[in-house]
Write a protein that binds this ligand. Sequence first.
Ligand code: NI
Length: 137
Amino acid sequence: MPIVSITRIVKFNAAHRVYNPSFSDEENKRLFGKCNNPNWHGHNYALEITVEGEVDPGTGFVVNLADVKRIAEREIVDAVDHKNLNLDVPFMSGTIPSTENLVLACWRVLAPQLAPARLAKLKLWETDNQYVEYDGR
Ligand code: NI
């Protein structure tokens, strides 16, 4: 059977400060630049959620995208939108809120909720010019 992937996009904005408390202020500033601003700053994020599988002959769908939308809004958007990733988001607690760590956290939260649909890839845009991708490896 052919495998088809399908993608739903959710958007949110969130504040953060990227820093490692075990580094000096100078080292944090050098490493993380503007994202190290002590008084926070925000990004408009977009998360592309790609699910894959065989096409169900009864529906013509790989997955009902309404379910993907509902789960993504409940598990991700409600948790992070208009929040501070350093302070307000339990699944980011204790991690440096880089885009890389955020995409890993989104995977851990989403993958089990989407089952039996198979989460194939997450692509997380932090700005118009950069994104990270994760496929579960
Ligand atoms: Ni930033």
